[in-house]
Design a binder for this molecule. Structure first.
Ligand SMILES: [Zn+2]
Ligand SMILES: [Zn+2]
Length: 235
């Protein structure tokens, strides 16, 4: 059974759960690739082995290219394409998929649990500071602000850019993140900027984990549709 608002769809690559409405699906989802037609490929793209009755063609479900069975023998869950079961992937794709699955298993939880930040923004040309619990919504579509005074949720498909705010270096010389700045367009289409900083007074760890998870999220969104993640800045 599919979850409410979802339906099961059978594609040539396998069974998928998809949202009934296209515009409410997670921005982290990828479309299924078009499959290279069999007649356009006479040998394995990886090892060049010729296809015949003993060497069959196999499509990688992630990139749609054609391989022999030994070059495309990895099977892994591919939640970004909503497959219910693990699907066949080539070596390049399965590496990418496994890295991303790490994001879905660990970092999404961190983002949804949220962390308390000082949120700085400009309201009527005046800098305003709120204390707010910043969270990703369970459907992975928004960043929400609990307790933020009139802070609207950010639609992740409208995120335009992200900058990590640093506060010097630690004893080993590694730059220390202290916040994250999010640039996005609001419902009216106006470009806005929020600066989230870890409060000085509390344990910063949940904030730093949240920022790290957000960076992973932005990387995925960047690969999917071109959000820019820029180099660290010090305020
Ligand atoms: Zn091969
Ligand atoms: Zn592939």
């Amino acid at each position: 059974m599919a979850a409410p608002g979802k339906m099961l769809v059978r594609s040539k690559s396998g069974l998928r759960t998809v949202s009934l409405e296209e515009d409410v699906s997670s921005p982290f989802l990828l479309d299924e690739p078009p499959w290279i037609p069999d007649n356009e490929c006479s040998s394995c793209i990886q090892c060049q082995k010729k296809f015949d009755w003993s060497c069959r063609r196999h499509h990688c479900r992630r990139c749609g290219r054609i391989f022999c069975s030994s070059c495309c023998d990895n099977s892994a869950p591919l939640p970004r394409m909503s497959f219910v079961d693990p699907v066949r992937q080539c070596a390049d794709c399965v590496l990418k998929t496994k890295r991303e699955n790490d994001f879905f298993e660990k970092y999404v939880k961190t983002l949804i649990n949220g962390a308390t930040f000082h949120v700085k923004r400009m309201v009527n040309n005046q800098e305003t500071l709120d204390v707010s619990v910043c969270k990703m919504s369970a459907d992975q579509r928004y960043i929400t602000f609990e307790g933020g005074n009139g802070l609207e949720p950010i639609n992740l498909t409208r995120l335009e850019g992200v900058q990590i705010i640093t506060s010097g270096a630690d004893a080993q010389g590694n730059t220390v993140a202290s916040g994250i700045s999010l640039k996005f367009s609001n419902r009216q289409g106006d470009l806005q900027k929020l600066q989230l900083s870890a409060p000085e007074t509390t344990n910063k760890r949940p904030c730093l984990l949240w920022i790290a998870a957000m960076q992973k999220a932005v990387k995925l969104l960047y690969e999917t549709r071109g959000v820019s993640a820029t180099t660290p800045v010090t305020p």
